[in-house]
Design a protein around this ligand. Structure first.
Ligand SMILES: [Zn+2]
Length: 118
């Protein structure tokens, strides 16, 4: 399966997040107008400074990981159990690393490719 659509979405969000995070660092650092960013960033005001921080970093990490998995060819598979992530879930959360059952905290069923030491 090709992931061009997801890749485009993820790359756009990654750029957006990175630009905002850089903007936040600049603002916290120097509080001077970031005119370099005007063309590339939709500035959303000061709430971004408060809101993006931790959550934005976490999302950015997930997006980067998802793009990395695309390069490796494992994108779309749950990183915990290896099962394919449902298409509906991928469409909603393209950076999702886990299938619905792993993300829900339930133990994945051991597949044939997962021998368990007893
Ligand atoms: Zn899983």
């Amino acid at each position: 399966m090709a992931w061009e659509k997801q890749k485009a979405v993820l790359e756009r969000r990654r750029r957006d997040l990175e630009a905002r995070l850089v903007g936040i660092e600049m603002s916290l650092d120097a509080a001077r107008p970031a005119d370099w960013a005007e063309s590339a960033v939709e500035r959303e005001g000061d709430e971004v400074l408060e809101g993006l921080g931790a959550q934005g970093l976490r999302e950015l990490g997930q997006i980067r990981a998802a793009l990395h998995r695309m390069e490796l060819g494992t994108y779309g598979d749950c990183v915990a159990c290896g099962a394919p992530i449902a298409e509906k879930r991928i469409a909603l959360v393209p950076e999702a690393p886990l299938c619905a059952s792993c993300a829900g905290g339930r133990q994945p069923q051991a597949g044939p490719g997962e021998p368990r030491a007893t």
